[in-house]
Design a protein around this ligand. Sequence first.
Ligand code: P6P
Length: 344
Amino acid sequence: MEHTTLVQHIRQQEKATPGATGEFTSLMNEIMVAAKIISLEVNSAGIGEDIFGLTGKINAQGEEVKKLDEFSDITFTKIIGQSGTVCAITSEEKDEAYIIPPEDKPGKYIFMMDPLDGSSNIDVNVSIGTIFSIYKKKSPGDLVTDEDLLQKGDEQIAAGYIAYGSSTIFVYSTGHGVHGFTLDPALGEFFLSHPDLVIPDQGSTYSINEGNWVVWDEAQKDLVSYLKEDAPSSGRPYKLRYIGSLVADFHRTLLKGGLFMYPRDTKSPKGKLRFSFEAAPMAFIVENAGGKASTGKQRILDITPTGIHDRLPLFIGSKKDVELAEERLAATVKKGGWFKWLSG
Ligand code: P6P
């Protein structure tokens, strides 16, 4: 393993960025500190005080808030909020944006996060993670407006995730490649372990909750049936891999290739995953690794959200696999449309 630390790597990128003031490096450093604290908590959960279990609260998504969810949200909000680098923080756990008060010397960045995604898996020892996205404040003056909080995916300055699993891995991109760092718990330091990650052009796995089959539309059913057909010349059947924790499913897809899907369905007519806290940051990362991310029709990074909790369908992974999904979905819709027209 190379001995480049995460801070050294970020500083190297800062030196290559004209006009860099060091504020971004400082923000990334604070994210790293919060990540180390969450990693310690996640990996000692269940030992000592009862950090497992529910808080009895419901979050902005209408989901039960676990103690580690709340701990993660508070930890990131406090550390990033007092870093002097951001003027606002939005979180999957909070209805509204947290605007940094003047006494905490707001900075020029907007920080968006899912503080602990996949938390329903906490009690069964499955990998969970933090997902984050960084934008620059756009509107003039000190007031934070929707112009700052609802930016097009392409406007991201950086995005990343921390996977708390068998080891703690910090993956990020500032638009210059995708790089992974593994935490050495003995030293408390992240070391470069996955330099210049590139996703394979085509994979051999599809990742989706097949338990939702009955609520999918016909085009989605056709796509999954196609992937399962016995057609070795085109690399089919694909294998199914699904953990139910986006950071874990995405990390596997990034390293090994394949297609992750969370389509809209009759239970989640707009899709389940959130633009700001899941789709946009993961789309930024996958595109910087040579992959693709779309709603099945539209490139994720071309989208400007209308609300900080917007949900949407997500098809993400190897370029050829996402393109195959888009083609099959479009073809079935066309065929279905024609069929509907014929049958009146
Ligand atoms: P389902 C976890 O709750 C999450 O937000 C993502 O991490 C994950 O990809 C998805 O939901 C799992 O959803 O409906 O398959 O349990």
